[in-house]
Design a protein around this ligand. Structure first.
Ligand SMILES: Cc1ncc(C[n+]2csc(CCOP(=O)(O)OP(=O)(O)O)c2C)c(N)n1
Ligand SMILES: [Mg+2]
Length: 889
């Protein structure tokens, strides 16, 4: 609230502020930026002494972080490297351009690589180690849309022949093709990290760096200077995944991590921050999070202008312009820049009066200047105590003529004839004429100076990159009798499958052979799963050890944190935990050590929350166990709609390499775990597992003889009809299997209907097998037809099949093509509710009474039971036949 009387005071103050600013401007002009910074720092110190706290600065002037006088000279042959880079640019362009001429709409990108090329080349020639001696080297997460440039480089090195290059985005043409983006699934010898879903690369890179330290601190790998480089788009930083975990990197002092943000100022539709400057924004964000920030904004040719500008106006002008203007400068040419940028102040116009428009236009941005990049990379690799981000300013569509720096650059796939001529000229390319005319790939002879240089530099850095290899690892999975304690049943003790799992996990971690390879991961959910004993046993990993005495230290199960702790307790981040799972699940290739991750989480917050990361995990050829805990829409009591998962098995079925199981008993779990370890680590199958576990306690029976194959394949008969032949078949999974067993009793005792009970551990696997068999039959009409496992398992059984689980009806419905009208699915479609199991199961119609009622009703529909009797039975069982459908409530 201001009064009239206060206004003059306010304006006095404003004019005083103005005087101070003027005085400061004078210092800037007279003394230059560095002395001015010193003055500011002195003032800030004085203010602190006087007890005044001013907000600290997170951004610095819009100039390079490394001043000219601190630069080291470039160690490479700049002219030769420029020629090499131009050749790569040509081949990347020719590949995409040519393919789109041949196959319109096949796509590919030119503009991303064109901005990233020099940032990559300096890395490939001077920094990216493929190995360190006999140890694995650096890991590079490439911007997915820059893949044409990565392919073009590999082509020049002779890693791909012409045919392979010409098969870019033609993966189904006989000869091996090149996949659109980095996909280890499709090019397993080449790509390591799938990065094209924006945000996943940088997030995974952070946790990869953390996992690398974890392996080092646990003495599972040698310590080397290896680094993780993540090349990130500036638009990509919009993704919460990109920036959401940067605090982890500084907190854990991950100086093995380097982000390079390719600040070409554009994303797909247009400018990233047209009205601001993305570099300033990111500088503030990263510095605020404790990162070492290195800005590479201006190229060497600006240094001379800075040196000649004694007014400070050049930096002032740079800080007046926003990214939308910087984009326009590079789209519109030298005359425009002279008028609109330098023209604002006569002193600046004078500064460039001896330069032609062409020279002004080609004044470089830092991200296109080898020397600037080299110095930034060097500092980043030498930086100790935390992660580094390099913010490199580049031009999107650099050198692509009319596609340069335009809003539509991202989508350009072909160049016009003029643009092609301009391209050849700008990069001073001497391509044999007939190839140039046709825009064909060109590779100079292997003994040309360019190729020799590339080869020598790669061999000095330990070999080609990217490259993915899988060393031969001797791994012997434990046999099933190793799990005897769990296949024997709980001898009447009531336990949950989760408790069973945790005790198996603890047993595995004690194993002298594979114990150290187990990597338990939890997102602040350890107590939910009863992990306290495991925490005491192996400790939680923390790179600094436990600096405090935990309050519960005098208790048996105290909170134990250790530098070599085995458990990754990630805090409340399913995405971060999934990234750790990814690092651990691919360590068999990346670190040549087959760690076995078990990621335990609320099943609700798995596939639906981090589904895209799970998809990328599958693409990465990841192995390990996703353990969806406190599963089931009705078993997880009390927690309601946002916690009760009844659909993760539908989602898990969509991931081709994910094998899902929904076990009811601990012996089933033990069989599945044993088989999973064997298949993934001993047989080297490219699969991973999703298992649901529950918190309902009950006595675990002993494993029935002969059930092993059925458990693994997805179904086995658990309990035959009590008296005589069954007239219906009951399927149960997870804890609902017990409701099914109770339904069997009810049907037999109350209604004289005999049923067999089957435990279905995996509808998903049964369906996959049946589909594969059916496909074979379809393709081999002259051969005797093969029988799907589900059909042969049920061979000779009679009557309807009532299938109940704690998951949606879509899960058993998957078998409908083979079970036809016999199948009645009961499940938990709809939103969960807060209540106890009894009420939840009645509500979702998966309790024993509902299962019995469904059986009788179906028998009546099939003409096997009097309809009046069925109707009476529903009443007797207490079924509200007019209740609203829970699927829609
Ligand atoms: C999760 C996700 N959303 C959207 C896209 C589609 N997409 C591909 S590239 C791109 C723009 C990338 O811009 P930027 O990160 O700045 O990279 P640049 O090409 O400019 O180097 C978008 C939106 C994607 N690949 N992934
Ligand atoms: Mg961009």
């Amino acid at each position: 609230m201001s009064t009239r009387a206060e206004i003059p005071v306010q304006s006095d103050f404003l004019s005083e502020v103005h005087e101070w600013i003027e005085a400061f401007d004078d210092v800037v002009v007279a003394e230059g930026p560095e002395r001015s910074a010193e003055l500011l720092e002195a003032l800030r110190k004085r203010a602190r002494e006087a007890g005044i706290t001013a907000a600290s600065e997170l951004t610095t002037p819009y100039v390079n972080t490394i001043p000219k006088h601190e630069e080291v000279p470039y160690p490479g042959d700049r002219a030769l490297e420029r020629r090499i880079e131009s050749l790569i640019r040509w081949n990347a362009m020719a590949m995409v351009h040519g393919q789109n001429k041949k196959d319109a709409g096949i796509g590919g990108h030119l503009a991303t690589y064109s901005s990233l090329a020099t940032l990559l080349e300096v890395g490939f020639n001077h920094f990216f180690h493929a190995t360190y001696g006999d140890q694995p080297g650096d890991f590079v997460y490439f911007q997915g849309h820059a893949s044409p440039g990565i392919y073009a480089r590999a082509y020049l090195l002779g890693r791909f022949d012409d045919q392979r290059l010409l098969n870019f985005r033609h993966e189904l043409r006989g000869e091996p093709g090149l996949s659109s983006y980095p996909h280890p699934w499709l090019m397993p010898d080449f790509w390591r990290f799938p990065t094209v879903s924006m945000g996943i690369g940088p997030l995974n890179a952070i946790y990869q760096a953390r996992f690398m330290r974890y392996l080092e601190n646990r003495n599972l790998i040698e310590k080397t200077p290896r680094k993780i480089w993540a090349l990130v788009g500036d638009g990509e930083t919009d993704e919460v995944d990109t920036l959401g975990a940067i605090g982890v990197a500084s907190r854990e002092k991950l100086d093995n991590l380097i982000f390079v943000v390719n600040c070409n100022l554009q994303r797909l539709d247009g400018p990233v921050r047209g009205n601001k400057r993305i570099i300033d924004e990111l500088e503030g964000v990263f510095r605020g999070a404790g990162w070492n920030v290195i800005k590479v904004i201006w190229g060497s040719d600006w240094d001379e202008l800075f040196a000649r500008d004694h007014t400070g106006l050049l930096v002032k002008r740079m800080e007046e312009c926003v990214d939308g203007e910087y984009q326009a400068f590079k789209a519109k040419g030298g005359a425009y820049i002279r008028k609109e940028f330098f023209g604002k102040y006569p002193e600046l116009l004078e500064l460039v009066s001896d330069m032609t428009d062409e020279q002004i236009w080609t004044l470089h941005r830092g991200g296109h200047d080898r020397a600037k990049i080299y110095n930034a990379y060097k500092r980043a690799t030498e930086h100790k105590g935390g992660p580094t981000v390099i913010l490199a300013k580049t031009v999107k569509g650099y050198g692509l003529g009319t596609a340069q720096s335009r809003n539509a650059s991202h989508q350009e796939k072909k160049l016009t004839d003029d643009a092609l001529t301009g391209f050849l000229k700008q990069f001073n390319l001497s391509i044999p004429e007939e190839l140039a005319k046709e825009t064909k790939p060109y590779r100079p002879p292997q003994d040309s100076p360019e190729i020799i240089y590339m080869q020598e530099h790669r061999s000095a850095l330990g070999g080609y990159m990217p490259r993915r290899d899988v060393p031969e690892l001797k791994f012997k999975a434990p046999e099933l009798d190793y799990f005897a304690e769990w296949t024997a049943g709980s001898r009447g003790r009531e336990v949950s499958t989760t408790m069973g799992f945790v005790s198996i996990l603890r047993h595995l971690m004690k194993d002298p052979e594979i114990g150290k390879l187990i990597v338990p991961i939890v997102p602040d959910e350890g107590r939910t799963f009863g992990l306290e004993s495991a925490i005491r046993q192996v400790g939680i990993y923390t790179p600094e050890g436990q600096k405090y005495k935990p309050h519960d230290v005098d208790m048996l199960l105290y909170y134990r944190e250790e530098k070599d702790g085995q458990i990754l307790e990630e805090g409340i981040t399913e995405a971060g935990s999934m990234a750790s799972f990814t690092a651990a699940g691919t360590a068999y290739s990346n670190y040549r050590i087959p760690t076995i991750p078990f990621y335990m989480y609320y099943s609700m917050f798995g596939f639906q929350r981090v589904g895209d990361m799970i998809w990328a995990f599958a693409d990465s050829r990841g192995k390990g166990f996703l353990m969806g805990g406190t599963a089931g829409r009705t078993t997880m009591l009390g927690e309601g709609l946002q916690h009760q998962d009844g659909h993760s098995h539908v989602l898990s079925s969509t991931v081709p390499t994910c094998i899902s199981y929904d076990p009811a008993y601990v012996y089933e779990l033990a069989v599945i775990l044993q088989d999973g370890i064997r298949r993934m680590y001993q047989e080297n199958e490219q699969v991973f597992y999703y298992l649901t576990m529950y918190n309902e306690d009950y006595a675990m029976p002993e494993m029935p003889e002969g059930s092993r194959e059925g458990i693994v394949r997805g179904i086995y008969k658990l309990k035959a009809a009590p008296k005589g032949k069954a007239t219906a078949q009951l399927f149960g999974s997870g804890p609902i299997l017990r409701e099914v067993l109770r339904a069997q009793e009810i049907l037999s005792h109350k209604f004289g209907v005999q049923t067999d009970v089957w435990s279905v551990t995996s509808y998903n696997e049964l369906r996959r097998e049946a589909l594969a068999v059916e496909r074979w039959n379809r393709l081999h009409p002259t051969e005797p037809a093969k029988t799907p496992y589900i059909v042969s398992a049920l061979n000779g059984t009679k009557g309807p099949i009532i299938a109940a689980s704690d998951y949606m009806k879509a899960v058993p419905d998957q078998l409908a093509p083979w079970l036809l009208t016999r199948l009645v699915s009961l499940g938990t479609d709809g939103f969960g509710r807060s209540d106890n199991r009894e009420h939840l199961r009645r509500f979702f119609e998966v309790d024993a009474e509902s299962i019995a009622a469904a059986t009788l009703s179906k028998l009546a529909r099939d003409g096997k039971l009097d309809v009046g009797k069925a109707q009476a039975a529903l009443l007797e069982l207490g079924i509200d036949t007019e209740a609203a459908d829970p699927a829609r409530r």
